[in-house]
Every structure is written in C-alpha cells, then in structure tokens.
Ligand binder design. Sequence first.
Ligand SMILES: O=c1ccn([C@@H]2O[C@H](COP(=O)(O)O)[C@@H](O)[C@H]2O)c(=O)[nH]1
Length: 286
Amino acid sequence: MTAAAGGPVGFGARLTAAMEQHGRLCVGLDPHPGMLASWGLSDDAAGLREFGHRVIGAAAGRAGVIKPQVAFFEHYGVSGMQALAEIQQEAREAGLLVVADAKRGDIGSTMAAYAEAWLNPESEFAADALTVTPFLGFGSLSPAVEAAQRYEAGLFVLALTSNPEGHEVQLAQRERVTVTEQIVRAVAQADGGTAERQGRLADIGLVVGATTAGLAAEHGIDLTAGSVPILAPGYGAQGATAQSLRDDFGSAYSQVLVNASRSILAAGPDEAALAGAVEKTAAELV
Ligand SMILES: O=c1ccn([C@@H]2O[C@H](COP(=O)(O)O)[C@@H](O)[C@H]2O)c(=O)[nH]1
C-alpha cells in the first residue's frame, strides 16, 4: 500500500508516521482455536472473519499496526486463507499497517515467489510487511529485499526470537561473532544509511523478542545501527513488561514496535472491552 497523496510512501516512512501518531503497539491477531471458542465463535472461516473484524474495530485509530499470525489461518485450509486475505484488506482499508507473520524463508525463485505472494500489492495476501527467516543465509533473502524495494513494502528478519530454544542456533558463534549479530549487521547495512540520513525507520527491520532483548545487550550487539525497526513479540503473555522492554532495549527502544496478542485478545469478545485493552496496552508502552 502506498500512502495517500503527499503522505509517506515506503514502509519505513509509513511505520514511522504510524508510530508517531499511535505509539509502538502492534496488535497481534492470533485466532487460536481456543481463543475462538472462548469468544463463542465457530471453529471455521466464519469464526475467523468475525474475530478479525472485531480486532480491527478495536485496533483502528488506537494502534498503528496489526500482525496476523498466518499459521492460525492456514490451519483452516483454503477457507482460512481466504478469510486472512479479506481480514488483511479490511485492516488496510481501516488505516492499519499489516505485518503478515508468516516467517517465510527459502532460496532463489522460491523466495521470490513468497515475496510476490505477500508483498505485491496486487496479490490477494498483500501486506505492508512480512516476517522472514534468514537461517538459509542472509543472502537467500535478496529476492525479498528486492521485492520490498519494488513494492514499497517491508521485511522483519528474525534475529533473536522470543523462544529460548532459538538461542542454540541464534547465539552460536563464528569467529566470536554470534549469528544474531551477523544478521543485525546485515540488516543495518541493507539500505546504505538512507533511513538514518532521512531521520526515519528503515524498510527492513529485525525481530528481537521482548523477552530476549537483554541477551542482545549481554552479547554487546548494537541494535541502534541503521535505524531499523525492531518487531518485539513477547509482551504480556510471554512475560515481558513495559519496564523490562525499556531496560533491555535501552537506547534502541525508540525503534521498537511491541507486539501483544493474547494479553489483548483475552479481553474479547466484547469490542469495547477489546478497545479498552488496546488503549491500556498502548499507554503502557509510551
Ligand atoms: O520470536 C518470536 C516471533 C514471533 N512470535 C509470534 O508473536 C506472537 C506472540 O503472541 P503472544 O500471545 O503475545 O505471546 C505469536 O503470533 C508468535 O507466533 C513470537 O512470539 N516470538
């Protein structure tokens, strides 16, 4: 999506504007079957649509970004993915930026096909940004980086995930440099310093868990380089707090987009209660 005439165009510029207006909360749209049941919704695509519609109603105007967890739609097959396409479109029409959390990663033309599916504005699954995995080598993401540039979209590259099992891979070292640090450096260099010069966030960012940011600091990893946006899942249900985020991200906190899913969704199904949870969480994260 390109912004309205005269507005910011690239993803980093749109995200900067959204965060200036609404703050750093990203509302997670995770229709786990148990969550659908607790909302009294049917365990099918109709339930997904109603769930998405209520989350969008609560988030629009109160937060700048939503993050649908693609797995919870894929679980329902073709009809689930159709519902996801409709929900993403509804969210974008409501003025929300959509980060599709699909964690795609592959090589060559396969990676290019994933990027077309999620970043091309003509695609049924068009999102503003996509989560991607660099564990086939950062260079394997080149087709996605090129697609992001072509379509004024964004990427969030997994660097230090919120789950402890990830660290045996992510904190492994080569010549005393962790895998995470290699990824952080590559992402920081991806736009050649343009975002920093323009005083905005970059189009290509990182995923660093809200629960694990302290480990980045412990390993001396500089998350401020390149003015990259940092998607931080793990707030609330996984244990991170507003104070721990500020402490652990330190001077990188201004770049952080904090995802909260279950801790907000538990307030549903009533849309006013959900809206209250969005407002309360957004206020905690100032
Ligand atoms: O490192 C990661 C990467 C992605 N996630 C995803 O974020 C949400 C978190 O949901 P909560 O209910 O707020 O815990 C979910 O979609 C995860 O798959 C993550 O948690 N950690």
